[in-house]
Write a protein that binds this ligand. Sequence first.
Ligand code: G3P
Ligand code: CA
Length: 236
Amino acid sequence: MQRKPVMSIAHRGASAYAPENTVAAFDEAICRGARAVEFDVQLSADGVPVVIHDETLERTTTGRGRVKDHPLLELMRMDAGSWMHQRFAGTRIPTLDEALLAIGPRAMPVIELKAPVPPVELLGHLKRYDLEEACLVISFRAEWLGAVRRESKAVSLGLLSETWDADLPNRAKKLDAEVLILHTDVLGTGVASAVEPLGLELWCYTANDVGMVAACASLGATGIITDRPDLIRTRR
Ligand code: G3P
Ligand code: CA
């Protein structure tokens, strides 16, 4: 069934090797052969899109409290690397702009909306670096993707889901999404044959060993989101 080579998408950058969602992790991902780099976007108190997974700061930074309660300049003073290892001390929380500069055009930025970034603003950031047609915007929130699609016909969209039901591909198609991205737990037999006829690509998250990568590929996933992008090496 599968015709395309499997693509490696670094999860939060090469997050097995460098602190997730930092420029260090994005550089590491590209050095290790990632074709695309996924990262998470939240909003600061002053409305700047910043790259961090959690709504709160404690797990991955020296800050405290909620991301959305701190203005950008406060967030930039926090250390987002030393939680992983002292050699990453001084690593900052990147802005969306920094992430786009660090990744594109060497690899495709895969931008997960964890907060409702206003679509006009998001598109402004993408256009600034000529990435509107060379990135993928993804979310679990279909309504946020719908709002982005209303603003741009050119940007590619991916609907995330940690569950599977037979109507999910139709919902992705209604959004005019290009990719359906499923949790590995729900990537069973029959999924790819329901997704592919609609012209959707099937990706999965998160496969971190070679056996899981091979299993996902054999179930029809053409994009595999992984903390270890070096597990998947294909010709450029
Ligand atoms: O891109 C898929 C994956 O990143 C979604 O889960 O929690 O790692 O953002 P999470
Ligand atoms: Ca994510």
